[in-house]
Design a protein around this ligand. Structure first.
Ligand code: ZN
Length: 139
């Protein structure tokens, strides 16, 4: 039961990681489960092999522990895959910069076109964000 919860959260996390990088969340869920179960199966196989060699009484425990260890390794690999690649920003989530002067306001060359801050009339750069102001210098 605990294992199902762990896989569930790992799938959720990997799905978010994949989506943040412009990939499908369902794909991340698929390889997370596949890697977890695949490694768990290999772990159980190794555990069975080890207990055969040792001929020990605790063979079920060895199989179980190795299966879980391998499953966790599979989960770790799936998580690493889901985190590969740069995070892509959704075009809609990038704030749009308003380059136009606000309506009903006269054009002010000292008003920053990026942040809207109105600067003193002798400034060349926005005092707030450092953007060069559109000022034609007359000498
Ligand atoms: Zn500014």
């Amino acid at each position: 039961m605990l294992e199902i919860i762990a896989v569930y959260y790992l799938c959720k996390k990997n799905s978010q990681n994949a989506k943040a990088r412009g990939r499908k969340g369902s794909g991340a869920v698929a390889y997370t489960i596949a890697l977890w179960l695949g490694f768990e199966f290999v772990g159980a196989f190794v555990g069975a092999f080890v207990s055969l060699i040792l001929g020990s009484d605790g063979e079920v425990a060895i199989i179980y522990v190795l299966a879980l260890l391998f499953a966790a390794l599979g989960g770790f690999i799936a998580n690493t895959i889901s985190k590969a690649g740069p995070i892509v920003q959704d075009a809609n989530s990038i704030p749009q910069v308003n380059l136009q002067p606000l309506p009903n306001q006269p054009y002010n060359p000292y008003q920053c076109r990026i942040c809207g801050h109105i600067n003193p009339s002798d400034s060349l750069f926005c005092m707030k964000c450092g953007t060069p102001l559109n000022i034609v210098q007359t000498q």
